[in-house]
Design a protein around this ligand. Structure first.
Ligand code: PEP
Length: 255
């Protein structure tokens, strides 16, 4: 399948930024700027912003995602949010396994897998993040790390379910650092991810998966990164908080 047939997706990851009022204001700024997008546009926002974000984007092409979810339907998990809660407020996507969750909050491939399975079972589309640490790249084990994450994070995910999975390749050394992977580095790992998916499923299934790059993608470097055949979109942190920059990335993905 050629790249043009895959869904290009630009998703903002707002992290722990913006109150509900600020989220409404930013989305009202973003929506008209991306109204003509020829790609899917998503804003993944803090839990407390979800309801306001869904209201602010009603009738627009901007979809709303969450930044995590729990695997249990309900129960004694203080501070957690279930997939059912997200579905009921109108969330469509959920970021899972972000490196900040892995680094600061004890997320493991096992818990990413449990969250992924739960999200899919609830009808949410997970954006599953994988990526190597700088040390791992320097030790030449990037492919080993990525292969392990892909295998474990998608363990027991069926080929049918894979159709609703987005993979985000986010080299940890490039997140929030201003250090972008070169377009060739991004392409190399995104192509490797697709090859791993082909091994675990089959080539057709792998060819249909949207693979994003994330890590200091911005309005200046988006064109080059998104020109690569296996880079189908972007997961954007810092630049997603500035309407014009985010819209410029969406425009780059719409070409
Ligand atoms: C991210 O948070 O997923 C991310 C890629 O951040 P940034 O664009 O700021 O590097």
């Amino acid at each position: 399948m050629d790249k043009a047939k895959r869904t290009a997706i630009i998703a903002g990851n707002w992290k722990m930024n913006k109150t509900p009022k600020e989220a409404t204001a930013l989305l009202k700024e973003i929506a008209p700027l991306v109204a003509d997008a020829d790609c899917e546009v998503i804003a993944c926002v803090p839990y407390v912003d979800l309801a306001a974000a869904i209201e602010a984007t009603a009738g627009t092409n901007v979809k709303i995602g969450a930044e995590n979810c729990h695997w249990a339907e309900s129960g004694a998990f203080t501070g957690e949010i279930s997939t059912g809660m997200l579905k009921e407020v109108g969330v469509e996507y959920v970021v899972l396994g972000h490196s900040e969750r892995r680094q600061y909050f004890g997320e493991t491939d096992e818990t990413v897998n449990k969250r992924t399975k739960a999200a899919l079972a609830a009808g949410l589309k997970p954006i599953v993040c994988v990526g190597e640490l700088l040390w791992e790249r320097e030790c030449n084990i990037t492919e080993e790390v990525i292969a392990r994450q892909i295998k474990l994070d998608l363990w027991d995910v069926t080929a049918e379910e894979l159709k609703n999975v987005v993979i985000a390749y986010e080299p940890v050394w490039a997140i929030g650092t201003g250090k972008t992977a070169t377009a060739d580095q991004a392409e190399e790992v995104c192509a490797f991810i697709r090859a791993q998916l082909a091994k675990l499923y089959d080539q057709d299934a792998a060819d249909a998966v949207t693979i994003q790059y994330g890590g200091s993608m911005n309005d200046k470097n988006a064109d080059e990164l998104l020109s690569k055949v296996n880079v189908d979109g972007g997961l954007i942190g810092g630049a997603s908080l500035v309407a014009e920059k985010f819209a410029a990335i969406v425009k780059a993905a719409s070409k």
